[in-house]
Design a protein. Structure first.
Length: 62
């Protein structure tokens, strides 16, 4: 009793679907979690520059 039913036009539903799809694509390209920080329990990631390892000021490898 007393329920309100709201009419949602098809164009608004389609717009909402497209926004959800675009956000999912964006999140798959630009994840919200930092993948390097998520791997703290694993071996550090090292990069090489002209064959030499570069050490960051915080002691990590970059």
């Amino acid at each position: 009793m007393g329920e309100v039913i709201r009419f949602v036009p098809k164009s608004e539903r389609e717009r909402a679907r497209l926004v959800r799809e675009a956000r999912a694509i964006y999140d798959s390209i630009f994840p919200t979690a930092d993948p390097v920080r998520g791997r703290q329990d694993k071996a550090p990631v090292s990069h090489t520059v002209s064959g030499a390892k570069v050490r960051r000021s915080d002691g990590g490898l970059s």
